[in-house]
Write a protein that binds this ligand. Structure first.
Ligand code: CA
Length: 705
């Protein structure tokens, strides 16, 4: 009996759950399937937002003018829908015929009535919390895809699911990854010619990147194209992989190679080219990955593929031989723009490396490449060779080097927007520097399923800034970039450290949220702020706009997760920084308001009497920086999403070894570090955490910030 119950429980636990399912009115999607024609001609139905970037060219510009610069001041909240999570929220909602499809942390998909926010159904793919062990940057999902009568969501644990748009019932679900490897999916699928295109992440952990296409109807795999070569002894999958292998050295395949395509795709139906942005190497440091140098194709590249077969057509590598995590997975925009009297079909990207690229998207040839943020790893892009001219010491081979932009990039996943009306691209940029060091790289040990950056954290912690590394101070802002004049025309300052995605509209408006929770509208031609409202939760996701029954709406997803906490620090003292997931939809005259953010109050715990030495604390600080800070926050300053370890109770401290080394909290998403840390090292981290906790409990609070 007991066994039976257990197996029943196991069966239930493995099922995906659909709940809700109330009446979806018949005017809705059922009799109006999403087709190639509809997405290609998206401008004929600006009331909908059918694909991630609205159109296949991913411009994120809406032709709607109901809300415009003259009336935006009367914009107000129409409805909000709260999602029970405080983890990262980065999704672009899709809108088809009055229904909104929006994804949340843990790859959960919601269908809402787009005019009221009423839940129609919810599809929960039941991602095991333990899979977050492989997620570098929290557990977000950046959106769904629509095709026919189905909506597709890719899950953090590597599955792709097709769900009925009417009922929320799962139609098929396929495994897209090697389950033994630490892959994650956070990106939105795209559907091109009846094929669902999806990539994945995991280059920090040691994987070999690939993109695959599945039959939208059946879920059958149609093609799989790798982005980096495997072991030559196993034979090459294609001529492109053979060519790529010539740019690598050593035994790169042992550590995966990387090159994961975790976010950006675009499609040109006329040229019949699918564009794929690829990521950094695994590990970051090229000396370890490919000891004799080389460009390491196709890391940090834009690939043009045939969507029917996945066949390689051309590539452009933004960062040859990357060693700084300068991914080229950032948003790509396709546009036809006049340069010196000639209209060119271009592809534009502002990848992490700080240069704004304009490529000819037929050939992949570089048209221009210009710095959009202060940068010091390269002096410029040589337009003849199409290659960056690196500065001395930038590869930190002999000595540490303070580099900007940082590994977070001058621009990260937050989508840009291109307005054909103003001719400007609105780039949500960030500005940070980072110390890279690895003189001890020969001692590097690869740890399967853990972060493998190949950096020396001790050397990093002891680095002393010099004049050459002085980073011009900049905070997050929108840079309104003119791709023809190759320069910034104006900027919109946000004042925070992290940034949010952007929308532009034919109403001469640009919309953007920010970390503080402010959601604002600016004029698209000058950047003047015309309106703002508080979401009472931080915002990272890009807004969208749509129309139902002749009335225009603007929607944005709120919530910020670990990712933004890394930049914004301790939200505990600031009630405006509540992290709840929330979909917000605005219309002219909207009179609703979001619930006020609840301040997070935490009681100072009783700390255990454990003796620690200054030396242990110092060792622990380095190990914490390397293994813990990505989730629990720099300097033991946590976020609302993952425990702030300074508040760890005595009971949890007593379980330290069981949790950190033996995996007691793996089901909650806390990795086990038994293969990476010794018992002494785990204790050193505890000593460092206790030191920070004791400092917090001093009568005047922490000594430093
Ligand atoms: Ca990366």
């Amino acid at each position: 009996m007991k066994n039976k119950l257990l197996s029943l429980f196991g069966l239930l636990a493995g099922l995906s759950l659909t709940t809700g399912c109330s009446d979806i009115s018949d005017k809705r999607a059922a009799d109006n399937p999403v087709t190639a024609e509809r997405i290609i001609n998206a401008d004929n139905e600006p009331e909908n937002w059918l694909s991630n970037g609205r159109t296949y060219d991913e411009q994120r510009f809406s032709p709607l003018t109901g809300i415009n610069e003259a009336n935006v001041s009367s914009l107000g909240l129409a409805w909000h829908f709260d999602i029970d999570t405080n983890r990262a929220m980065e999704a672009t909602p899709l809108i088809a015929d009055g229904v909104m499809y929006v994804t949340a942390a843990w790859s959960v998909l919601y269908a809402l009535d787009a005019t009221t926010g009423k839940l129609l159904w919810k599809y929960d793919p039941q991602v095991p919390k333990s899979w977050s062990t492989y997620a570098c940057c929290d557990v977000p999902n950046r959106g769904a895809a629509l095709w026919g009568d189905k909506v597709y969501v890719a899950t953090l644990d590597g599955y792709l699911a097709a769900v009925n748009t009417q009922t929320g019932k799962e139609i098929w679900k396929v495994d897209t990854i090697d389950r033994m490897a630490p892959f994650t999916i956070t990106g939105a699928p795209r559907v091109v010619k009846g094929k669902v295109i999806i990539g994945n992440g995991g280059a920090e952990y040691g994987v070999r990147g690939f993109v695959s296409a599945f039959d939208a109807e059946t879920g059958d795999l149609i093609w799989k194209t790798y982005t980096v070569p495997g072991n030559p002894a196993d034979g090459f999958e294609s001529d492109a992989m053979r060519m790529a292998a010539d740019t690598w050295s050593g035994e790169w395949w042992e550590m995966g190679g990387g090159g994961t395509a975790w976010d950006s795709f675009a499609y040109d139906p006329e040229l019949d080219l699918l564009y794929v942005g690829t990521g950094n190497g695994s590990p970051w440091n090229r000396e370890i990955r490919s000891p004799d140098g080389g460009d390491n194709l196709f890391l940090c590249s834009i690939l043009a593929l045939r969507p029917d077969t996945g066949e390689y057509v051309w590539h452009y590598q933004t960062t040859p031989g990357d060693t700084w995590d300068y991914t080229s997975t950032q948003h790509m925009i396709l546009a036809d723009i006049e340069f010196g009297g000639e209209v060119r079909k271009v592809l534009m990207q502002a990848p992490k490396n700080g240069f704004y690229y304009v490529l000819d998207r037929e050939t992949g040839k570089l048209i221009s490449g210009d710095a959009y943020v202060p940068l010091n790893w390269a002096s410029h892009i040589d337009l003849e060779t199409g290659r960056p001219v690196e500065t001395e010491g930038a590869r930190y081979e002999e000595n540490y080097k303070i580099i900007f932009p940082s590994s977070w990039g001058g621009h990260n996943w937050q989508p840009m927007s291109y307005s054909p009306q103003t001719g400007l691209v609105y780039v949500p940029l960030i500005g940070q520097s980072e110390t890279f060091a690895s003189t001890s790289w020969k001692d590097f040990a690869f740890f399967e399923n853990h972060l493998n950056l190949g950096l020396d954290h001790k050397e990093i912690s002891e680095a002393v800034p010099d004049e050459s590394s002085e980073h011009p101070f900049i905070t997050a802002r929108i840079s309104a970039w003119d791709p023809v004049a190759r320069k910034e025309v104006f900027r919109i300052e946000s004042g925070s450290g992290w940034n949010a995605g952007v929308l532009s509209t034919a109403g001469n408006l640009v919309f953007q949220g920010e970390a503080s929770g402010e959601f604002a509208a600016y004029t698209a031609d000058t950047g003047e702020q015309l309106w703002s409202s508080y979401a009472n939760t931080g915002i990272m996701a890009p807004p969208v706009t749509f129309e139902v029954d002749g009335e225009q709406y603007v929607s944005v997803v709120g919530g910020w997760g670990i990712h933004m906490g890394v930049f914004e620090g301790d939200p505990i003292d600031d009630s405006s920084r509540d992290a709840i997931g929330r979909v917000l939809t605005y219309k002219l005259g909207g009179a609703s308001s979001p619930p006020s953010a609840s301040a997070i109050t935490r009681l100072l715990p009783e700390l255990p009497e454990i003796a620690t030495t200054a030396e242990q604390i110092k060792v622990g600080e380095l190990l914490y920086g390397a293994r813990c800070s990505w989730c629990h926050g720099t300097g033991v300053r946590g976020t609302a999403s993952v425990p702030d370890l300074r508040y760890t109770s005595k009971e949890i401290h007593d379980m330290w070894t069981a949790i950190v080394l033996d995996g007691a909290y793996v089901p909650l998403g806390m990795p086990m570090f038994n293969e990476v840390l010794t018992e002494e090292e785990a204790f050193a981290i505890q000593a460092y955490v206790l030191d920070a906790a004791r400092e917090l409990q001093l009568p005047d609070g922490p000594l430093t910030d």
